[in-house]
Design a protein around this ligand. Sequence first.
Ligand SMILES: *Cc1c(COP(=O)(O)O)cnc(C)c1O
Length: 417
Amino acid sequence: MSQPDTKFGEYGGQYVPEALMPAIEELTDAYERYVLGNEDGFVDEFEARIEDFGGRPTPLQRADQLSARYGVEIYLKREDLLHGGAHKLNNALGQVLLAKYMGKERIIAETGAGQHGTATAMAAAHLDMPCEIYMGRRDINRQRPNVFRMRLNGAEVTPVDVGRGTLKEAISETMRDWASTVETTHYVIGSIVGPAPFPAMVRDFHSVISEEIREQSIEKFGELPGAVVACAGGGSNTMGAFADLLEEDVSLYAVEAGGSSLSVDEEAGVAPHSASLSTGEEGVLHGARTKLLQDSHGQIMESHSVSSGLDYSGVGPELAHLVDEGRVTPAAVDDDAALEAFHRLSQEEGIIPALETAHAFGFLETVAGPDGDGSVELPETVVVNVSGRGDKDLEAVIEETDKRELENAPRMEVFDP
Ligand SMILES: *Cc1c(COP(=O)(O)O)cnc(C)c1O
């Protein structure tokens, strides 16, 4: 049985209050036994359920129009077709099932875009566990359809009014709940963030994405792709798409939200972007040492992105480490480029992507489009991880598109009744 990763170079660790240590130790033990050791057939049950309930494997599809546009073979890993419309179910189902094996009676989670809350609520309903989801008030307003989905699945959605009312505050609130309910409750963290063993465990539940990319690539074009591109918020779909390919000769690009600009207003404590891999500095947030957006006094800065799923001041410690090592190349794509890519993928390929996912496609356009900067030469085959579908983002997209004059966007006002 392998040992769980707790540190990734200088990143990771367990920076938690004393009250949480028993829960962290119990979880570490359960992760080793069930996830790494397949005790009681945990892994077999997880694999069976993620197939039957989740719909795995997801397809690896050639994108014909994008391949023509960029002059290389572009393949799409269709995590948007996983049940719930995003990659998030891999992790949510894994953790809720683990909680069951651990004898827990209640599930809590936080959510930003609402995707993790939705996935957790679905998994909890599927496995018959009571579930409470903390969500920032601002995100509740931005993502109402997902709030309804969670409630329909029987979850209680608790608004968080602290701070700016987004993911960062919701995480802190959920940690507070967990500290006082550890005996009965499991906290399902939604990305490869938080104290060990979460980053490694969440990566393991998502690594099925890169295992399938490996198999399907060999099947479809007889070799591994030259590059894999994924968007990175906390970085779970990224690490899922990279994990099984780290030792291979495959270029890995993690695309972050460049927001409206990469410059920072120190006085206001606000970064108009979420590019912690490209611009962050080392610090501690939510239980782990990692790259963070912080001011010169070490205060965490608020982040910004047009997509709430990327709107986070930190990033997974393993991804931060892989960037420092030079194994993963970070890139930042701004709100405008992401919106343009959203419309392009919708029109050219018939796939309406999540705004988060659109950043990964914005990267292709930025480096290899007709007006591209040529900063990266794309290899012969590129796999882009389509982390989720865009149904949840339609209102935001209409609003943001109407504010801008985007060349390739339809005029939304014609849809007004
Ligand atoms: C949540 C989400 C993300 C960002 O989370 P990661 O942990 O960085 O993967 C990206 N895409 C979609 C569709 C999401 O729902």
